[in-house]
Write a protein that binds this ligand. Structure first.
Ligand code: NAD
Ligand code: DAU
Length: 332
């Protein structure tokens, strides 16, 4: 694992992962990123040029992908269209990037016998009832609800089939909801933090009782690195930090941290097909690879994240109006 190709490394989780690699390994890293609306060159700007290089390109373009995969020993695949609400408005880029893009990468990895890690989501398992005592495990059947989660499920199935049929040296991880610095303001936590900063009310879909299992992005990074270093080829690992909270609890915490009344909430139109609850059982990752989350205090992590958005307004401000116009048009 000396030369890593990290797809989507200019996005939220990918850029945090590249920082994690620079801090915790000696690897040199090439980021392959199309620089969509969700990307940020700035998130990589402070990294040493001797360690990290950015190539702007599309993972679905074989002419770009093949020589890059050939020149690296390991591929870590984060690149995706990642936002459920966008997938409900226009599913097409989700199929193109998440399915065709993943196909293009694993074909190249097969040709060059590369070690491949596929980053995926807990949403492939569908949702759980609020009172269900079960959590998702590696054996939970796939049951995706949205165009986004269906496209990620499709990409997971491709990787699994390439392992079995072609001996691709791949692992897969399915992680729960990430939060932390550099997350686009379209996503729930940054949207609500920046709404409150702007003196407005957080916008909560439906009754606000939907549960997400929050994990700090730094813990996602350390888990992916543990899988790269110690994971068994062909295995899937669920990544989670026991962070279940409903959306109302999260917005109330944001309001509290920013000195506003916890009742200052606007309930808006629900998301179509809105998954009720996600919950991860990450015992396999913990027991087999010895991984533990280091940022499990959600309230402290949220406070640090709020502070980050307060001090990085020049980064998120240029995107805020377009995001709010998108939601306003949908009554959200
Ligand atoms: P993001 O939207 O912030 O970043 C995605 C990155 O991929 C961007 O930099 C974008 O430019 C790049 N990209 C998109 N299409 C591309 C293409 N065709 N070619 C090359 N680059 C392209 O997403 P994120 O939240 O950082 O998610 C990263 C990965 O982690 C995704 O695979 C996502 O499914 C998965 N994941 C996300 C979460 C979460 O909570 N955000 C949780 C579990 C898994
Ligand atoms: O579970 C992992 C997934 O988490 C990842 O695969 C996705 O890439 C990532 O975007 C995230 O998906 P969600 O749909 O869970 O995240 P989102 O931030 O869009 O919404 C979180 C919850 O908040 C969800 O119940 C919808 C709700 N919500 C969202 C927004 C943007 C609101 O109530 N109001 C909002 O304004």
């Amino acid at each position: 694992m000396d030369r890593l190709l990290v797809t989507g490394g200019a996005g939220f989780i990918g850029s945090n992962f590249v920082h994690h690699l620079v801090d915790h390994t000696d690897a040199t890293i090439t980021v392959l990123d199309k620089l969509t609306y969700a990307a940020s060159r700035e998130s990589l700007a402070d990294l040493p040029e001797s360690r990290v290089q950015l190539v702007v390109g599309d993972i679905a373009d074989s002419a770009t992908v093949d020589p890059l995969v050939a020149a690296h020993d390991t591929v870590v695949h984060f690149a995706a269209e990642s936002h459920n609400d966008n997938s409900l408005s226009d599913p097409s880029p989700f199929v193109q990037t998440n399915i065709v893009g993943t196909f293009t990468l694993i074909e190249a990895a097969r040709r060059h016998d590369s070690r491949f890690h596929h980053v995926s989501t807990d949403e492939v398992y569908g949702d759980l009832a609020l009172d269900d005592p079960k959590r998702f495990t590696e054996d939970t059947p796939y049951h995706p609800s949205s165009p986004y989660s269906a496209s990620k499920a499709g990409s997971d199935h491709l990787v699994r089939a390439w392992v079995r049929s072609f001996g691709l040296r791949a692992t897969i991880s399915n992680c729960s909801n990430n939060y932390g610095p550099w997350q686009h303001v379209e996503k729930f936590i940054p949207r609500q933090i920046t709404e409150v900063i702007d003196g407005r009310k957080p916008r909560v879909y439906g009754d606000g009782l939907n549960v997400r299992d929050w994990i700090h992005t730094e813990d996602h990074s350390s888990a992916v690195l543990a899988i790269l270093e110690r994971g068994e080829i062909g295995e899937t690992y669920l990544i989670g930090a026991d962070g279940e909270r409903n959306n109302l609890e999260v917005v109330r915490a944001i309001l509290r941290h920013l000195g506003r009344s916890e009742d200052d909430i606007e309930f808006v139109r629900d998301r179509a097909g809105h998954d009720r609850r996600y919950a991860i059982e990450s015992g396999k990752l913990r027991s087999r690879l010895g991984w533990q989350p280091q940022y499990a205090d959600f309230d402290a992590g949220l406070a640090a994240t709020i502070e980050w958005y307060l001090t990085h307004e020049t980064w998120w401000r240029p995107h805020k109006d377009a995001v709010e116009a998108f939601y306003a048009a949908k009554g959200q």
